[in-house]
Design a protein around this ligand. Structure first.
Ligand code: G4P
Length: 293
């Protein structure tokens, strides 16, 4: 795969869907005071839409690190510091369990303190603050909205942009959220980004065959999380092993044997990807701020 060319992924987004999503987001932006951008804490760079800065212009932005339950807490702390130093308001959530979502209301008020003061100066103290949630598919937008709004019903929708007929849901007095999230397209600009999105399940596995994907994940895990491999698969990968060799040893350790004495690396690849995505290997982050800076 050519690093500069990037992946030809999920063509579903190109070109019509992407343009439509962009238009829908732009028209909805006019209705909100701020945007809440949801990222996957394990891959904050790769899960960030490349055009979001341009798309949102000067609209104040709250960054939500979601899936912190699956991310390495030490790395998440580094990201928090990094973003805060860049002047952004960030919060951390595990939208699935709801951990961290209670901080939303205060984070929005911190973000919009100047706007709140400006509304008050115009005698509009009761004017509600309105936000929309944005993020790439599967990052947890619907789960986040439901948790913040304390709703049970899911509004999951894979349609790009935002559906017609605006519905505002009340988070608390004076704070409202557009009930359908804006779905952004992921960045597809390098092999590493494509892999990160595939490892975490943000895009379909089919960007490359599953064994290659899993072999590459093993190589990435070996960099910072070799002990997780050792704990789970009962061997320590050495620096000179290739990803395929690591995959094969893991298959052997698991006893995944095919007729003819060949190890079932395809099965092991599925197990590794499932276990990584499910957090069975521990809390793992694939991107660090110093590497992305
Ligand atoms: P989207 O609207 O951005 O497309 O994403 P959605 O909320 O539908 O979430 C996608 C999947 O991610 C869901 O899992 C959801 O439960 C899970 N999820 C969302 N936030 C978090 C989080 O902070 N931590 C973890 N561990 N998972 C999260 P699913 O398997 O598709 O559905 P479900 O069976 O969990 O309901």
């Amino acid at each position: 795969m050519n690093e500069n060319k990037g992946y030809e992924l999920d063509l579903h987004w190109f070109p019509g869907h992407m343009t439509k999503a962009q238009r829908m987001i732009e028209s909805n932006l006019k209705l909100v005071d701020a945007v809440c951008e949801i990222l996957d804490a394990r891959i904050p760079y790769s899960s960030r839409n490349p055009d979001v800065d341009k798309l949102c212009g000067n609209k104040p932005r709250l960054i939500v690190f979601n899936r912190t339950d699956l991310a390495d807490p030490a790395v998440t702390a580094q990201w928090r510091k990094y973003w805060k130093n860049a002047g952004l308001v960030v919060m951390e959530t595990d939208a699935k369990s709801g951990k961290g979502v209670n901080a939303f209301s205060n984070a929005v008020r911190t973000l919009l303190k100047d706007k709140i003061a400006a509304y008050a100066a115009k005698g509009q103290e009761n004017r509600p603050l309105r936000l929309m949630v944005l993020g790439i598919p599967n990052v947890g937008k619907s789960t986040f909205i439901n948790k913040v709004a304390r709703r049970k019903a899911a509004v999951a929708s894979d349609r790009p942009g935002v559906t017609r007929g605006k519905q505002w849901i009340t988070v608390d007095a004076g704070l409202e959220l557009l009930d359908t999230p804006g779905i952004l397209w992921p960045r597809f600009d390098s092999q590493t980004v494509g892999e990160n999105l595939a490892f975490t399940g943000a895009i379909r596995d089919e960007i490359m065959d599953r064994e290659t994907l899993a072999a590459n994940l093993f190589l990435r895990l070996r960099e910072h999380y070799a002990e997780s491999i050792e704990r789970r698969y009962k061997f320590a990968p050495t620096p000179e092993m290739s990803g395929m060799e690591i995959l094969e040893i893991a298959a052997k350790k698991r006893g995944f044997l095919l007729p003819g004495g060949v190890y079932d690396t395809e099965r092991m690849a599925c197990v590794l990807l499932d276990e990584f995505r499910g957090g069975v290997l521990g809390r793992i982050s694939l991107e660090r701020p110093e590497a992305e800076a």
